[in-house]
Ligand binder design. Structure first.
Ligand code: EPS
Length: 385
């Protein structure tokens, strides 16, 4: 998948290759994900201008993928890239943003081109593409759930389980910061409100659980094709993300092996489930061992830094004069962590879908279903009889 488009250009574009023919494309679902991405306490004025809506311009006929490359488009209502007055050059780079590094890379003292492409506006295109690919996952009852775990000093201890996550999804959707824990949600909102008063910004920790993932996706044979490596790359590829963890993550360093590794148990009465009956009482591995799914839910955490555009500015340099200056301010968000959790949910689901098609792919959905069913039969543990 590739995206193109500037934050204030005419539109954002997504190109998706490799989808089998016959996937039912649910544009209402894609638009609902786009709407979720626009929400959240602390979002900036841009979200009141835009009402993101996907247009499918290639690769889909009568609601079904054809097997050809798919092109999606989202119009930018705030399109003004060539208007030198409304979209002026930016000479005072924002610490934390791509501004300075981009000026060094493209040999200019105007940060405009860099910030237009580096902007998290691009994530609308990514969410649209990933949400389309999730239409395939839904046929195999693979579902992703992303939320905000916490920010600053407000941390939820909510447990996400196979049986309980749908109730948490409702609680998340009722929260203005996508946090299913009402008390913590209120605390995060307070932090964002404080940041608004102080002309400051807030990041946060997002978490994604993917349910119904069959074992054996990904590989241990090539380091860059390990599923955890790909998921980590996808999460770190989201604007403003500075950390990624699978399962227990960094906390594995604080425990002995016996307290980390998830004992295996076979429950033959549950062999019809996606994990084929291979149960684990714990899921510290986050559903991935040796770069492959093990049948447990895939669990990923991603840390987002506070938005780097501060209303009060930060110490910087004027690239035209070389003198000290406060960084430029362009309209921005106080916090976009709720939106980031939507982006993360979608990019993680996309990596699962990519690995799923590598293992079970075919030119048509009929072939994908047939291959998946035959793999299930072969993978089922023998009865030993
Ligand atoms: C965003 C749109 C942008 C920013 C934000 C994300 O709109 P504008 O720059 O026109 O206000 O609100 O981008 C950034 C935080 C950033 O640093 O670039 C969006 O649609 O998500």
């Amino acid at each position: 998948m590739r995206t193109a488009g500037e934050s204030h250009g005419p539109c954002l574009t997504t190109l998706i290759e490799g989808m089998p023919a016959g996937v039912t494309v649910d544009t209402d679902f894609i638009d609902a994900e786009l709407a979720r991405r626009q929400q959240g306490y602390g979002r900036g004025a841009r979200q009141r201008i835009e009402s993101d809506h996907v247009q499918v311009t290639a690769g889909v006929r009568r609601g079904l993928t054809t097997g050809a490359p798919i092109v999606l488009s989202i119009a930018n209502k705030d399109s003004r890239l060539d208007d030198a007055v409304r979209t002026p050059p930016i000479h005072r780079p924002r610490p934390g943003h791509a501004d300075l590094a981009g000026c060094m890379k493209w040999l200019t003292d105007d940060c405009r081109n860099t910030l237009e492409r580096a902007s998290a506006r691009e994530t609308a295109a990514r969410v649209a593409g990933c949400a389309l690919v999730r239409c395939l996952l839904r046929e195999f009852e693979i579902e992703a759930f992303g939320f905000v775990r916490g920010a600053i000093d407000a941390w939820s201890t909510v447990q996400v389980t196979r049986d309980g996550w749908q109730a948490l999804r409702a609680a998340r959707d009722a929260s203005e910061v996508a946090c299913p824990d009402a008390a913590i949600s209120a605390e995060i909102i307070q932090h964002i409100h404080y940041a608004k008063v102080e002309k400051d910004t807030v990041g946060g920790l997002c978490e994604v659980h993917v349910f119904g993932v069959p074992p054996g996706l990904g590989t241990c044979v090539a380091s860059d094709e390990r599923l955890d490596a790909r998921i980590a790359g996808a999460v770190m590829g989201i604007q403003a993300f500075k950390s990624v963890e699978i399962g227990l993550g960094r906390a594995v360093t604080e425990r002995f092996g016996s307290q980390v590794h998830d004992p295996i148990h076979l429950d033959r009465t549950r062999s019809h489930e996606s994990h084929l009956g291979f149960e684990r009482a714990t899921n510290n591995a986050g559903g991935i061992e040796g770069g492959m799914t093990n049948g447990m839910p895939v669990v990923v955490k991603g840390g987002m830094k506070p938005i780097s555009t501060l209303l009060r500015g930060l110490p910087s340099v004027d690239l035209q004069t070389g003198g000290d200056a406060r960084s430029d301010y362009e309209r921005s968000d106080i916090s976009a962590v709720a939106a980031a959790s939507v982006v993360m949910e979608n990019v993680v689901a996309f990596e699962i879908a990519r690995a799923f098609l590598e293992k079970h792919g075919g030119d048509t959905m009929d072939e994908v279903h047939a291959q998946f069913d035959s793999w299930r039969r072969l993978a089922m543990p023998s009865s030993g009889a």
